[in-house]
Design a protein around this ligand. Structure first.
Ligand SMILES: Cc1ncc(COP(=O)(O)O)c(C=O)c1O
Length: 423
């Protein structure tokens, strides 16, 4: 089928859950993608933080080819050659103790919530009424689309159409320690936080908030769950974003880049929490199959061997320095945030049109939280790519500035409501 035929079939037969531009990408190499007409695009979104080794990385291609010819799936009723070694590597990276493999981020979140619940339940005793069931999450959080994950996702537009969701979820104001203390009592079994919020607009959790959450969890025997699905596994230039804080979380969830683009997630936990699971209490059909685990081992080994964390830090600094220069040039750029290669640029205007214009000019980014442009390039990005990206973004922002200037003046409004006044 031709690319335009494939697009028409998608429009006719797929459920209507995504707004897509009329493009079909047919192949990728490194930091670039090509559409069916042979046009090249610089990919600074990386499949939303998934393609950390870029596209068609030769090491991943070799491993996937090799394992596809051996055994794609075996079921979790048997051992396979890669699950154990991959779990061992994740334990070394995280300093936690045990791992459970899933297929996606949201499935890892569901499992982490179940683990926190079963730990609390075992502590209070099976016969006692389950009182320690509440889960705290943060304002602007995003944890996934299944019912438990949705219940702790702050955005009402995702949550409300599906209510009632998992009961007992409550939101704490972002980085507000007093609000955390007020809401944290003995009925809380877990607090879930993204050390750097991704979908919420690239907002880092403060050291003070994290430390207090850690203290309260320890005092009240609840689980501190770090959602590192977007910000983890090297994206900040550290193995995990939480490693900038002193203390370990009890449970960590990862997914997106773990198997270099194949679907794989994981729940990592300290022995104290992990030991609450026993055979029969949790499971999955596909999670942790030999093909995906071999790819994930190759991903983590490549990050180590090619010293990609150093590259993530260095390129991230170049990227943010360039974005700061653009901020000084365009008054509708409000703030540049992030670490390593998870970077956001908040605007005082809507960002979707800017992302669309960038795509027209051959650069892939997206807009999250209405006004924040988000950049999640692969870990293999070079200084040349960063320069190419900044030049393209500058021309997109310059064209937006021209449009703003040419637009008829808005009717006079009070100063606090005027466009750009948020700065
Ligand atoms: C921080 C975070 N948690 C959870 C999820 C859900 O992951 P998935 O889409 O793999 O279910 C996402 C996805 O964007 C995410 O960014």
């Amino acid at each position: 089928m031709s690319a335009s035929g494939a697009r028409r079939a998608a429009e006719r037969y797929l459920m209507n859950t995504y707004k897509r531009p009329p493009l079909v990408f047919t192949r990728g190499k490194g930091c670039y993608l090509w559409d069916d007409r042979g046009r090249r695009y610089l990919d600074f979104l990386g499949g939303i933080a998934v393609n950390a080794l870029g596209h068609a990385h030769p090491r991943l291609v070799r491993v996937v080819r090799r394992e596809a010819a051996r055994a794609i799936h075996l079921s979790n009723l048997f051992h396979n050659p890669y699950q154990g070694p991959l779990a061992e590597k994740l334990v070394k990276w995280s300093k936690l103790d045990r791992v459970f493999f899933t297929n996606s981020g949201t499935e890892a979140i569901e499992g982490a919530l179940k683990l926190a619940r079963i730990y609390a339940r075992k502590k209070t005793g099976a016969d006692a009424p389950p009182v320690k069931t509440r889960v705290l999450a943060l304002e602007h959080s995003f944890h996934g689309r299944t019912f438990g994950a949705l219940a702790i996702t702050a955005s009402a537009k995702y949550r409300e159409p599906y209510e009632p969701l998992m009961p007992g979820a409550e939101f704490v104001r972002f980085n507000d320690v007093a609000d955390l203390e007020a809401k944290f009592d003995d009925t809380v079994c877990a607090i879930v936080l993204e050390p750097i919020q991704g979908e919420g607009g690239v907002f880092p959790v403060s050291e003070e908030f994290y430390s207090r959450a850690r203290q309260l969890c320890t005092q009240r025997d609840a689980a501190l769950i770090a959602d590192e699905i977007q910000c983890g596994l090297g994206r900040t230039g550290r193995c995990f974003a939480y490693q900038k804080f002193g203390a370990l979380p009890d449970i960590v969830v990862v997914a997106k880049p773990l198997a270099g683009g194949l679907p794989l997630g994981a729940i990592l936990a300290s022995e104290k929490f992990a030991s609450a699971f026993a055979p029969g209490l949790h499971g999955t059909t596909f999670g942790g199959g030999p093909l995906v685990c071999a790819a994930a081992l190759e991903f983590l080994t490549t990050v180590e061997r090619e010293k990609l964390l150093v590259n993530v830090r260095a390129r991230g600094e170049e990227l943010r320095a360039g974005l700061e220069k653009l901020k000084a040039k365009f008054d509708f750029v409000k703030e540049v945030r992030g670490e390593g290669l998870i970077v956001g640029m908040e605007l005082t205007i809507e960002g979707a049109a800017i992302a669309q214009e960038a795509l027209k000019r051959g650069v892939i980014i997206n807009c999250t939280h209405e006004r924040t442009l988000r950049f999640l390039p692969p870990f293999i990005v070079t200084s040349k790519h960063v320069k190419e990206f900044l030049a393209a973004l500058e021309s997109v922002l310059a064209s937006a500035a021209r449009k703003i200037k040419a637009a008829p003046a808005a009717p006079a409004r009070p100063a606090t409501a005027a466009a750009g006044s948020a700065r």
